[in-house]
Design a protein around this ligand. Structure first.
Ligand code: MN
Length: 314
């Protein structure tokens, strides 16, 4: 079983426990602060500061929960002022477009980016469909909700095939820049679709500092800047981001299924050792073009898979 160990501060562990309150188990192993069972991942935090992520989604979950949990505010210090692109306090009640991406940490499969518009009058309906933080939804729920969402809200879904991704990457484009370009385009698409409707703001699930985002986009002809907000954990700021996240994940799952059908196997998510093994297996059967057409070739997994093959051949 895949596992990842992270070192966290006591404050971070307590913040995570609060965040995972819905999944925290009654019984904890000796020396542990808590155990939480998530979708395909069990999280156990120890008093020593070690946090163990176990299961199929260990790698993904460890990334989601490290670095994203803001340490509890120290009230003796004045809070750092929010950047000028922070969403307004009442953001959740407004009519917004949101955007999010999936697949950036997965070796196999494309990057998918989605944007969706949820008007104030649709908030209740969208909530009723089950739209919430996709971290807490399993694949089956994602598919079910997404199938309803596509008939409910205006959206744009962009899939960047591996060939194209590798091409851009080899030409020197960073993953961050690729993301920024796709977010901007998906947002533009949705904005064009809802022309004339009420729009209070546009929320990007923040993957880099706003200044960096705009730097990435200096050459884009259609740069969307007006009314743009950035927030980490955007899903909890406005349902439009949660909806976009579900659509992006749905699209990623479909693409992974397609890849699986092409190679007649199940394609693993993430970038752990199990992924190296699968890559080596596929390259042995189908040749090294697999790297170009099915993976994010610049990941360390490529070399690891080649090493596995070399070992096998000698
Ligand atoms: Mn995101």
């Amino acid at each position: 079983m895949a596992h990842v160990v992270k070192k966290m501060t006591n404050t971070e562990i307590l913040a995570m426990k609060k965040e995972l309150a819905h999944a925290v188990q009654d019984k904890t192993p000796p020396g542990a602060v808590f155990t939480a069972k998530l979708n395909e991942c069990t999280v156990t935090a120890y008093q020593s500061g070690k946090v163990l992520f176990q299961g199929k989604r260990a790698e993904e979950a460890s990334k989601e929960f490290s670095g994203q949990i803001a340490p509890a505010k120290d009230k003796t210090k004045t809070a750092k002022p929010a950047h000028r692109f922070a969403p307004p306090e009442n953001a959740a009640e407004l009519s917004m477009i949101g955007s999010d991406e999936v697949g950036t940490g997965d070796y196999f499969g494309p990057m998918t980016v989605a944007a969706a518009y949820v008007s104030a009058s649709q908030l209740e309906l969208v909530k009723e469909l089950g739209v919430r933080d996709s971290k807490h939804l399993n694949d089956k729920q994602i598919i079910q909700i997404a199938k309803e969402l596509i008939h409910t809200v205006p959206y744009s879904l962009l899939v960047l095939p591996n060939e194209k991704y590798n091409d851009l990457q080899q030409k020197g484009m960073s993953q961050g820049k690729i993301k920024a370009i796709l977010h901007n385009r998906a947002l533009q698409n949705v904005k064009a679709k809802i022309e004339g409707e009420k729009l209070d703001g546009i929320l990007v699930d923040q993957f880099c500092e706003p200044g960096v985002y705009f730097n990435y986009l200096t050459k884009e002809k259609n740069l969307l800047k007006e009314g743009l907000y950035f927030a980490t954990k955007g899903e909890s700021v406005h349902l439009a981001v949660a909806a976009a996240s579900i659509l992006a994940r749905y699209s990623f799952l479909k693409e992974m299924d397609k890849l699986g059908a092409r190679f007649n196997t199940v394609i693993p998510k993430g970038a752990g050792p199990h992924v190296d093994v699968k890559a080596a297996e596929l390259v042995e059967k189908f040749g090294e073009t697999v790297f170009d057409t099915a993976t994010k070739k610049h990941f360390a997994n490529t070399q690891k898979a080649l090493n596995l093959l070399k070992k096998k051949r000698t």
